[in-house]
Ligand binder design. Sequence first.
Ligand code: ASP
Length: 372
Amino acid sequence: MNGVQVVVASLGGTITMTGSGGTTGVRPSLTADDLIGSIPGLARTAEVTARTIATIPGASLSAADIFRAFAWARDAVDDGASGAVIVQGTDTIEESAYLLDLHWDRAAPLVVTGAMRAAQATGADGPANILAAVQVACSPESRERGVLVVLNDEIHAASRVRKMRSSGLNAFRSPSFGPLGGLVESAVVYGNSIRRPAPLPVPTGSSRPCVALIETHLDDDGALLDLATASDHRGIVIDAFGVGHVPAKVAGAISRAVAVSKPVVFASRTGSGATFSSAYDFVGSESDLLRRGAIPAGWLDARKARILLTCLLAASSTMDNIKSEFRRRGQLSSPALPDWRNTTGKHHDTESTGCWSGTQSNDTRVRSQDPS
Ligand code: ASP
């Protein structure tokens, strides 16, 4: 034991699942204490305290569950923990980690992990992922990097990571730019860094606006988008073709949504790359959608764009605020991205750039606390 404290909370997921009651499938059952109880090397890495917040599949998590975990993590680091780890179902990590990251306002790292194989499966990856997550959470190099997703010995930025395979240990990737770093022989290594915009205020109320997420497709007539416009959804994200294209009929439906003041954001359904602004000019092209008042998601995929739009609407943002937040967080305004980290401490520089500012780092290799 080296005096470093890390807290681990569990929300459930495959990592907690075991066979139960004569059925062939697995279900969430293990507690956070069960999870950390039998991980070789964990006790030498940090003093770990565990907390079970929920025992549910990732598919059933709600924003309320995520904010409960957020509040617990913030209290823990304010009480002296070097970092916090949240364990959950991998099905929704790409969304929950981004939701946490939009609001995480502490220098200490908040790390999210899970497992692709259930607890009793041969070669279960849960213990290795938790150990790696704790090692990342105790590394001083992880500070000021916001929320990190650690699986399969890779460290991903919450704003970029996606689950890209339904099974297999290498399901998580950051398709446009790659992971931030990884673990090698228990060492935490960062090779990339990203600019992280200033955190959004933590919402105080419990109700969250509904935002529809609709993927366009061949022969889409826009009827679903019109339904969303007529519903009480407060905003709409369209997962568009290529660099931000939709069929002409969908372009008309977008105009109808914008006309009733519903923000419409378009992202690329391709899985990587950014939306464009001016390369094409036909009905339904990205420049046409911009003229109609739609908002480009930039490098954010549609799932993350939905999370961001929900948070902005929950904060009663104006349409202008929503547009500028998407420009900043979709990284459309600044192609050359400076590193936001500052080794001397936290700089909350919303006045000048709206970003956490910092100095450029070199690649770093730092031994974790585990000497074994
Ligand atoms: N397959 C999922 C997982 O890896 C199930 C879930 O998200 O709960 O955890």
